[in-house]
Design a protein around this ligand. Structure first.
Ligand code: NI
Length: 147
């Protein structure tokens, strides 16, 4: 495992659209491991592959309830809305109020290539939405209430 460099601020890679993972090989497994290690080292609650310069649709999240790994995640259901403060490891020192769904259901693959469906509420729903946005080149400041 290795800690990767987190891309920040105006790095153009943060604005690109990531590609669907069509094969879960050793490279993808290593990437998942490195992403988790990088996220924990930076004391973040989520990290998307483009944040370390890899344009693949892979996300890791841990809001303190255990590691969640999502390959090719898709939001299949949204409910309600909540406004709360948000930040990002790629935008150090920035915090903005962002409206997100109060509850989401996400479909993805796990590292074994099995399809999983996971529900998130509140802060977890926010983390899923924030990280999945990264896969589409969207940063939370784009959705900030007072931009
Ligand atoms: Ni982020």
């Amino acid at each position: 495992m290795a800690i990767r460099i987190i891309r920040k601020d105006d790095d153009p890679v943060l604005r690109k659209t990531s590609k669907v993972v069509d094969k879960i090989n050793d490279k993808v497994i290593t990437l998942l491991d490195d992403m988790a290690e990088t996220m924990y080292d930076a004391e973040g609650v989520g990290l998307a592959a483009p944040q370390i310069g890899i344009l693949k649709r892979i996300v890791v999240v841990d809001i303190g309830e255990g590691l969640i790994e999502l390959i090719n995640p898709e939001i299949i259901h949204k409910e309600g809305s909540e406004c709360d403060s948000e930040g990002c490891l790629s935008l150090p020192g920035v915090a903005e109020e962002v409206v997100r769904p109060a509850k989401v259901k996400v479909k993805a693959l796990n590292r074994k290539g099995e399809e999983i469906t996971i529900e998130g509420e509140g802060f977890l729903a926010r983390a899923f939405c924030h990280e999945i946005d990264h896969l589409n080149g969207i940063l939370f400041i784009d959705r900030a209430e007072n931009k």
